[in-house]
Design a protein around this ligand. Structure first.
Ligand code: SF4
Length: 309
């Protein structure tokens, strides 16, 4: 059995930055609040909690005073900063710089056009209720229209100008389809093209990952995809992997390795040429993928020992 960990898998720069900020703070003070899970991976959250991180929600934020509160890479709406400030809390801003720039761009567009007539629509292509999208919508005083799927584009008012942005982790293909759809609607109704301005704000660290991951999956006999059940990025990337290689298993923890492999009925320890690839989502820590690799190698060793005895 040959085991390879995908070098392109693991935390994106934004998540790495937020975790570093948490670690630095915890090293100095030993205590830090984080608004929401710092990353959609239970094991990594647990590791940081052992260092003193405490995950809080919006209700908690309203009741704590004079504390240090980390904002994760997804970013937050302006209201979060006001609430924290009112209670004398200090914000440690872990918002990813890419998300921060997008927030600023949306806020600038909103402020530049909020008094225009006819009133323009700021549209965000993103997942309703996702933390990043809540932060983006907050830049428009919550007036932005959220579109999750192309089919929802029918609800737009094509008599009014449209400014389209995207959540950083949406699919580039779907965004391009949405752009073409809106362009078609506008020209079909005889409106000027200037009525529609769009910005491709998809983060390439995720967009490029799909093709890289599929190429990695195709080279393997078996793929162990390591991810958290709360991560939407993990669900999407797992599905891409599975399409590229049907022998792909979803693993949340090293403890699942043996059972999952047994249930797959693959004789992975029989051939020295059998290739196992380990990969993960943007929320999967490298150390977790390494633990999965170690567990796999332990399982192989114990299988061989059983045969010898
Ligand atoms: S996916 Fe891109 S934009 Fe989102 S946190 Fe990671 S680096 Fe930042």
């Amino acid at each position: 059995m040959q085991v390879t960990i995908d070098t392109k898998s693991g935390f994106c720069a934004g998540v790495t930055g937020a975790i570093r900020r948490a670690e630095n703070e915890l090293q100095q003070t030993g205590q830090l609040y984080c608004l929401g899970d710092i990353v959609h991976n239970g094991q990594e959250v647990q590791r940081l909690e052992q260092l003193g991180l405490e995950t809080i929600d919006y209700d908690d934020l309203r009741t704590i005073h004079n504390a240090r509160v980390l904002l994760r890479a997804h970013g937050e709406p302006p209201s979060t900063y006001w609430i924290a400030e009112q209670n004398g809390n200090t914000i440690i801003d872990g918002t990813c710089p890419v998300v921060k720039r997008l927030q600023e761009r949306i806020a600038a567009t909103y402020n530049a056009h909020k008094h225009d007539e006819p009133r323009p629509q700021i549209v965000i292509f993103g997942k309703r209720g996702h933390a990043e999208v809540i932060g983006l919508q907050g830049q428009t005083n919550n007036t932005a229209v959220i579109i999750e799927h192309l089919s929802e584009a029918e609800q737009l008012d094509y008599n009014r100008p449209i400014y389209l942005f995207s959540q950083t982790t949406k699919s580039l293909d779907e965004f391009n389809q949405l752009v073409e759809h809106i362009k078609g609607k506008i020209s079909g109704l005889g409106f000027q093209k200037s009525n529609f301005v769009y910005y491709d704000t998809i983060c390439r660290s995720v967009a490029n990952r799909v093709e890289q991951l599929k190429a990695f999956a195709r080279e393997q006999d078996l793929v162990l995809f390591v991810g958290g059940t709360k991560s939407s990025n993990a669900a999407v990337l797992f599905n891409h992997c599975k399409q590229a290689n049907p022998n792909t298993l979803f693993i949340t923890s090293p403890n699942e390795v043996e059972d999952k492999i047994k249930s797959s009925n693959l004789q992975i320890f029989k051939s020295s040429n059998f290739k196992v690839g380990i990969c993960g989502a943007t929320s999967t820590p490298l150390w977790l993928m390494e633990q999965v690799r170690d567990k796999l190698q332990d399982a192989q060793r114990s299988t061989l020992n059983t045969k010898l005895t």
